[in-house]
Ligand binder design. Structure first.
Ligand code: IMP
Ligand code: MG
Length: 179
């Protein structure tokens, strides 16, 4: 149980709802990849909590790989410049990749990741994101699996942060943007 504290962010999606949706997503992924050798790529840092819950609900053999990117620095608005902070440890040529993201907002991070990974000739790439902010996207991007749609609020918790805080919350919360 999360400890209720007055300084904790407002609850947007409670823990139980998050866990139920993660189980559903795992089934959707199983249906699509049944019988396929699947490599799941955790996009660090924000997706690590979602990723670890998701892989434990998927009832088929998978490989796990990790890729670090950063675009926000310590701010609430994307710098627009995406950097790889930790590259994949293996070549992905010929592999079926499922990128696991925390949030697709402007879509810039995803666009960068898709371009970077396509160049390495995987057999396929799909995207699973926990949260999707469709209004913020400059171009509609293909997200194959998503947990929840959210609006304009800045979300934290369940792996996502504001200036590295709140990643350990078991629910998805919202923090106010400073004026
Ligand atoms: P995009 O490049 O604008 O789509 O932003 C993608 C990344 O920015 C996400 O993977 C998150 O790590 C981070 N991000 C975007 N919106 C939020 C938010 O509301 N809270 C925390 N991180 C966010
Ligand atoms: Mg992210």
């Amino acid at each position: 149980m999360a400890i209720e504290r007055p300084d904790n962010p407002r609850v947007l999606i409670p823990e139980e709802q998050v866990q139920n949706r993660v189980r559903e997503l795992a089934k959707e992924i199983e249906d699509v990849y049944h019988g396929t050798d699947l490599t799941m790529v955790c996009v660090l840092k924000g997706a690590f909590v979602f990723f670890s819950d998701l892989i434990r609900q998927i009832d088929m053999p998978i490989s796990c790989e990790f890729l670090g990117v950063s675009s926000y620095g310590n701010k609430m608005i994307s710098s627009g410049e995406v950097k790889i902070t930790l590259d994949l440890a293996i070549p992905v040529e010929g592999k079926h990749l499922l990128l696991v993201e925390d949030i697709v907002d402007s879509g810039q991070t995803l666009q960068f990741l898709l371009q970077t990974l396509q160049a390495r000739n995987p057999a396929s790439i799909r995207v699973c994101t926990l949260l999707h902010k469709p209004h913020a996207q400059k171009d509609p991007l293909d997200v194959d699996f998503f947990g929840f749609q959210v609006g304009g609020e800045f979300v934290v918790g369940y792996g996502t942060d504001y200036a590295e805080r709140y990643r350990g919350l078991s629910y998805i919360g919202a923090v106010e943007r400073p004026l």
